[in-house]
Structure formats: C-alpha cells, structure tokens
Design a protein around this ligand. Structure first.
Ligand code: SF4
Ligand code: SF4
Ligand code: SF4
Length: 280
C-alpha cells in the first residue's frame, strides 16, 4: 500500500490523538497540574491506538479501548481518587463552580467533544457499555420501543433534582455522599443495564431508554464532523447495515436527519457488512 494511502487510512486516529493532546497541554498549562497532561494523553493515546487497530481490522480493538479507558475512569478516577464522574458528579461540581474532574470530563467527552467525534464516548470509552457490550445481544433481536426513550429525560431531571435538593438543603458531608452515590449509581446502572439487555434482547437497551447522558449527546452529535457517510447511489437496499446496527440508525441515508442519526456510536459495524461499500 502506498504511503499516502496508509496515512489517509489512519488520519482519524491521528487527529483524535492530536485533539486530546491539545486538551491535555492546554489544561496542564492553564491549571498548572501535570495530572491533566497525563490523564488526557493516556485517554487520547488509548483512543487513537484502539481506533487505529480497528481500522487495521483487529476484531477486539473496540473492546480494548473500552476496557483501557472505561476501567481507568471507573476504578482509578472514580473508586481510588473519589471523583464522581457520573452525571450527579457533573451537577455537583457545576454547582460548586469548580472546573475539575467531572465538569472537564463532561465538557470534553459529552458536551463539546461530540461536535467533533459524535458519540465516540459511547462506542469506545463508556464504562457502563464496556460491560454491556460483552452480553449476547450485539444486534438487537427485537424492534426498538421508541416511546421508552422519554425515560432518559426523566432520569436526567431526577439526577438534577437530587443534586440540587442536596445543595439547597445544605446537607453535610456532601463530598462523601457524592462518592457513595457514584458507587451505588454505577452498581445500579450495571444491574439495570444487564436486566434490560436480556428483557429487550438488546445489549444497548440501557443506552436507548434510560441513560440520562444522552440528553447532552443527542443535540451535539447531530452536528458531529466525524460520522458514517452513505453514498446512496451505491446502495442496493439490502438492509444488512440496518440489521447489524446496535443502535437502529437509518444509516443507509446520507442526511443528518436520518432516523436515530444521533444514536450512532461510531462502531462501524455497518461499514463491514455493506456489500457495495456504500458506507464509509
Ligand atoms: S448511552 Fe450512556 S450508558 Fe450508553 S454508552 Fe453512552 S454514556 Fe454509556
Ligand atoms: S452500525 Fe453504523 S450506524 Fe450503527 S452505530 Fe455503528 S457506526 Fe453507527
Ligand atoms: S448494507 Fe450497504 S447496500 Fe445494503 S442497505 Fe446498507 S448501505 Fe445499502
């Protein structure tokens, strides 16, 4: 393969790494804390390596990134360093006016980042999905229950109400409460996520119906630079991409308005099965 063809193939991984390095160096210099350089370099490095392995056709590349990034955030940042990286932690640090830990994480991965890499977080880094993706229903076996999607907004409102209530009541030891909320919240997410996966025969049922973070993801990822394109002139309407998609995206349409377009987790399973290479 010619050098420039190889370069083009891996350009997305390289740009992803450079994006995270920019964030790492900017936060390191702005906050005078080496942790930011190491943290974002590690995450960016894992994402770039994983996506490059994925591009090279390595079957377990996505699981590798999910485990490398997801378990680092869950175990090191969450359990060992006591940072609540869930949505409740985001509200907590936001109300405190502190731009650290969860607020930075949300700004980079879940609010502004999706303008560049869509819901890449959901496909490659989320510690809830890193477990759910090992369950048996990689391709949904039942049609999606569209109306249940409203539950994510209920969860979003509940998390906001819970943390603002604790603030307004001036509850003591809030830092410790947030740590326990992180542990209990994650345990519940795993239990509910696994139960829903088996009920709906769909590994990603939790993502589709309950996850509150999608309230941030959906509007931002609509404008994402990185997205799966469809050359409709090449499509023979075989429906293979639709059957294999874990998020039920109408990916055989090019328009950003395609159905459930903001649900795409950039797993690229659809591109692998397209017989005419219409998807890229
Ligand atoms: S939708 Fe929520 S649970 Fe699912 S991968 Fe994204 S952040 Fe994780
Ligand atoms: S299969 Fe394709 S459309 Fe579906 S989530 Fe993965 S990348 Fe997105
Ligand atoms: S797999 Fe390819 S050819 Fe088949 S419906 Fe999807 S885009 Fe069209």
């Amino acid at each position: 393969m010619r050098k420039n063809t190889v370069f083009r193939k891996y350009i997305a991984s390289l740009l992803l790494f450079l994006l995270f390095e920019t964030v790492a160096i900017t936060l390191w210099k702005a906050k005078g804390n080496l942790f930011y350089l190491l943290n974002f370099s590690y995450i960016g490095g894992c994402l770039a390596l994983g996506t490059a392995l994925f591009t090279a056709g390595k079957r377990y590349a996505r699981h590798f990134v999910q485990l490398a990034v997801g378990s680092y955030m869950l175990l090191y940042l969450g359990v060992i360093s006591h940072e609540n990286m869930q949505i409740e932690g985001f509200w907590y640090y936001l109300f405190l006016g502190v731009f650290e830990a969860a607020t930075i994480h949300y700004a980079v991965a879940k609010i502004f980042g999706p303008l560049f890499f869509g819901r890449g977080w959901c496909g490659y880094a989320c510690w809830t999905a890193m477990v759910l993706d090992f369950l048996p229903y990689k391709q949904p076996e039942k049609p999606r229950k569209e109306k249940l999607g409203v539950l994510r907004y209920v969860m979003f409102a509940l998390s906001l109400t819970l943390v603002s209530g604790l603030f307004l009541m001036n509850v003591a030891n809030l830092e410790e409460i947030m740590f326990w909320m992180f542990l209990v919240g994650n345990a519940l997410y795993y239990i509910v996520g696994i139960v829903l996966a088996f009920i709906f025969k769909d590994n990603r049922a939790f993502c589709k119906y309950l996850c509150p973070v999608t309230v941030f993801f959906k509007p931002m990822s609509y404008f994402s630079i990185l997205r799966v394109h469809c050359d409709e002139s090449k499509c023979v309407h075989c429906g293979k991409c639709l059957r294999v998609c874990p998020m039920n995206v109408e990916v055989n349409k090019e328009s950003r308005k395609r159905k459930r377009g903001t649900e795409c987790i950039l797993c690229y399973e659809c591109t692998k099965v397209c017989p005419t290479k219409a998807l890229h």
